[in-house]
Design a binder for this molecule. Structure first.
Ligand code: NDP
Length: 339
């Protein structure tokens, strides 16, 4: 059985969803309440592969909210993730994806050092960040969207906001090795890590996001921002493609201009309807078929019987593993969303 550990994007969102799912007692509560709330299994899922194989899974709501980080409630944030993992393990789930901020919190707060939780020995090999599949899908989105919107990669500058992150660094390695992209712009805050990445790649210009936007034909957003940032559409190159893979979204500005193409980054569409209700609450346009690529990774590991933490640690995603999960993705009927 596979599992998905998820969270909502804000307190407002959480209150809305709680009401929708019939958890009235959660719906009027503030952040303090969510800090105390235990994890819940809120969905049972059946997925049918393009091959006809059927698998079962469960969605675990961790009750983590990004406001917990913004208000420095770090203990609550880490407790949410560990408790959700214990909950998944206690329910006998073989492989569980740590969605959105779950894996970021796990890494940034060194939660791998916590192995014993009450009477449970946490088995980390039952969990995957899902970042290998996410990075693969974002790269495929770059390749397919550039083709669709007439941007020639061999003449294009691609900016990666969050370039030094787990997903961002994998995307940089793929674009460098597997495409003929002309230039890369590397964006993040920590300059030392940016210089290390630049040295590993042997290319790439380091810049701030403000300097990168007017130069980029394609912008990939994979920064771990608790809240989206406003951008000035007038600062963008025309035409350009913006692929926002953040969760919550990195860009909070709504742009509706004909030559600025916005893609929902790191999202896949399945060839068959999935029997679940959970994707409705994160506002997917086709909730029966669309999902986060990291969640799809745990489904792929279950389909293939690879009960192992396929994506783990930081900045260790290899191109070979992206290709391996990419082949499984195609085989089981997932494709990158280009919308
Ligand atoms: P990491 O923590 O590994 O990396 C985050 C990156 O963002 C780092 O390069 C960091 O560098 C940079 N960053 C953070 N804040 C800012 C900022 N204000 N301005 C510029 N750069 C910034 O995260 P992941 O790679 O694991 O995840 C990245 C994003 O992808 C997250 O939003 C996550 O929720 C989302 N995600 C989406 C998935 C999907 O299926 N679609 C799956 C998993 C994750 P520095 O700190 O130096 O600035």
């Amino acid at each position: 059985m596979f599992g998905l550990i998820g969270h909502l994007t804000s307190l407002d969102h959480a209150q809305l969803v709680a009401r929708d799912l019939g958890y009235e007692e959660y719906a009027d509560q503030g952040l303090e309440f969510w800090c105390m709330a235990p994890p819940q299994i809120v969905d049972d899922i059946t997925v049918t592969s393009a091959t006809g194989q059927k698998i079962q899974g469960k969605y675990v709501e961790s009750c983590f909210l990004p406001e917990m980080l913004a208000t420095k409630r770090f203990k609550a944030a880490t407790r949410k993730i560990i408790n959700a993992m214990v909950h998944a393990q206690k329910h006998g789930i073989d492989i569980t994806a740590l969605g959105g901020f779950s894996s970021i919190i796990f890494e940034n707060f060194n939660l791998s050092e916590i192995r014993q939780i009450r009477n449970i020995q946490l088995e980390v090999e039952r969990f995957t960040t899902g970042n290998t599949h996410t990075a693969y899908i974002i790269c495929r989105q770059v390749e397919e969207a550039s083709h669709k919107f007439g941007i020639d990669l061999s003449q294009a500058t691609v900016a990666i906001c969050g370039a030094t992150g787990d997903i961002g660094s994998a995307v940089c390695r793929w674009l460098d090795a597997r495409t003929d992209v002309k230039d890369l712009i590397l964006v993040a805050r920590n300059q030392e890590r940016l210089r290390d990445l630049q040295a590993q790649l042997g290319r790439g210009k380091i810049a701030s996001i403000e300097a990168a936007l007017p130069e980029a034909d394609i912008v990939i957003w994979v920064a771990s921002m608790a809240k989206g940032m406003e951008i000035d559409p007038n600062s963008l190159k025309r035409p350009c493609i913006l692929i926002d893979g953040g969760y919550p979204k990195n860009m909070s500005t709504t742009i509706q201009l004909p030559d600025i193409h916005i893609i929902n980054g790191g999202i896949v569409e399945h060839c068959l309807d999935i029997d679940w209700k959970i994707m409705k609450i994160v506002n997917m346009s086709t909730p029966a078929r669309q999902l986060f690529a990291c969640f799809a990774e745990s489904m792929l590991l279950e389909f293939e019987g690879w009960h192992t933490n396929f994506s783990w640690g930081r900045n260790q995603i290899s191109i070979a593993k992206m290709e391996q999960i990419g082949q499984a993705s195609v085989k089981h009927g997932f494709k990158p969303l280009i919308a």
